[in-house]
Structure formats: C-alpha cells, structure tokens
Write a protein that binds this ligand. Sequence first.
Ligand code: DGY
Length: 320
Amino acid sequence: MKILITRKIHDFALKELEKKHSVEIHTGKIPMPKKLLMSKIGDKDGLLCYPYDIIDSEVINAGENLKAISTYSVGYDHIDVKTALKRGITVGYTPEVLTRATADLTMALMLSLFRRIPEGDKLIRNNKWKTIFGPYEFLGTDLYQKTLGIFGMGRIGKAVVKRAAGFEMNIIYHNRTRLSKEEEKKLKVTYVSLDELFRTSDVVSIHSPHTSQTDKVVNLKLLKKMKNTSFLINTARGKIIDETDLVAALKRKIIAGAALDVFQKEPTDSKNPLTRLDNVILMPHSGSATVETRKQMAEIAVKNLIYALSDKKPIYQVKG
Ligand code: DGY
C-alpha cells in the first residue's frame, strides 16, 4: 500500500514500514504546506503525521483511498477525528510511552520556577553575582508542603502526582470526570472545582487535552483567582491558555510566574511578548523530547499504521 510521511522518522521505524509498504517522505518545508499535502494524499492508503500537521476535513477528504492516519503524538487535536471515523479511517496515536518524559519535564519546570534556576544561570553569565552566600541571597521557595493543583488527571497528570509526592506536596486536582474514591485514596489527591484549584494552589500544572471545552479555559478571570505568589505550568497544549491574558497576568504580577512548553502558535519567537517577561520560563514543545521516548513514539506510530492497514487493531487507537 501507499504511505505518506510528512517528515522523516527514525531509520529503524522507516525500515519496518518499507518492508511492507511503498513510502513517500516529505522532505521540504515543515509543516508540509496544505496544498502539497492535499495533492500528495490523493492516492495514499496511510498517513503518518506529526502534531503540527493540520489534518482537517479537507485534507482527509482529499485522501480518497485513505484507510489509516497515525500521529506521532499523544495529542490528536490537530486531526478532524470525527470526519476520519465517519469515513471509516482508523486513527492511531502514541500515549503512555511519553508519560514519564512529560511528567519529568513538568517537575523540571516546577523546580526551575521555585528555585529560580534560569535566573541564577543568567545572573552568573551576566557578571551579576556580587555577594557570596547570605541569609537573604537569591532565595527560592520549597516545594515541600506546597499545594500542587493538577488540571487534567489522565496518564500524565497521575505521573506528575507520583513525582510530586516525592517532594511531599499536597495535591489537589480538577478533571472532567472525578476519579474513583479508591484511586483518589491511592494517589492521595483531593478533587476540587476549577475555581478552587486556581484559588488555592501554589502551582497549577495543566495536563488536559485541548478540546472545545478546554480551549482558552485558562483566562484572565481564572488567573485573577490565583495567589500572587503562585505559578502556572503548561506542558499540554498552548491553546488551553488565553496567551494574551497570561501576558497581562504576568506583567501585572497577578501571578508570580509561569513555565510554558507549549504556545498558542508554534514555533513561537522573539515577537511573542512572553519573551520580554522575566517571570516566565519558555521551552520549545519538548515534553516528549528524550532519545528514549522519541524512539518509542516512532515504533508505536509505525506499528499503529502497519496494524491498521493489515486489519489488525492498532496498539493505540483513537475512539472518537
Ligand atoms: C504530543 O505527543 O502530543 C506531544 O505534545 C508532542 O511532544
């Protein structure tokens, strides 16, 4: 069968795919321009794409023979799943393997905010470290006994809970559906309303998918509920936060700071007002960016596609 890959994938995974199918790899501009994508997908049976590729109904319908879409990501908000499923197209994705890496990055960002790590690095590089160790020099804040508010208690949210428990944090959460009493007890987490989550947390960490319900759900109204000593972390999707409102909240010191791995528009650059603020840490969408995790994502993305095209169930399939 014929496959289109919108960007080169790991060699070992590509070889697996080429053993069974004829593969065309896009090597030009990233993301692949929509017109080009639509012209190339016409005769393809399978598509392997990335989270920045917009696979909307026009693209899907241009793929007359399309039987399977496999995304190299846990998020699938870039795919019009409804249209795909209506056409009987299988959609595969890569959850689980990136849970640990994303939770690790969340903790790294949390520690960076609480202990001012990027600021310390900059201070020394700029020759501004003038007085040695003192009672009030360069103080951060303990994670110990601080309240962590998790917005979105799926796989990644739970992996963050495990890690934060090691720092003896109090953990509250808000999720579309509440966990069972047993699971809450096991994880030692307390369910609260969205309002209370933002009002009482010392740090709120976002781990929900981006959907029509979570689009810009974190806006100025919600940010104003936070304590002015609190932090916000987002390693999920940029569109969950109203970025203009966040810039206002950071400028006006409504919150103490934020750490963002994801943005409204990616890649972002120095034109983004966030880059001119000192109380924000920025990362280039790297939650799953470890050697080990990206290899596993490649393996699963390719297996999902191979299985779907051979009438086997993909390892991870979007249910709609
Ligand atoms: C995903 O898999 O959805 C991530 O955001 C990509 O790192």
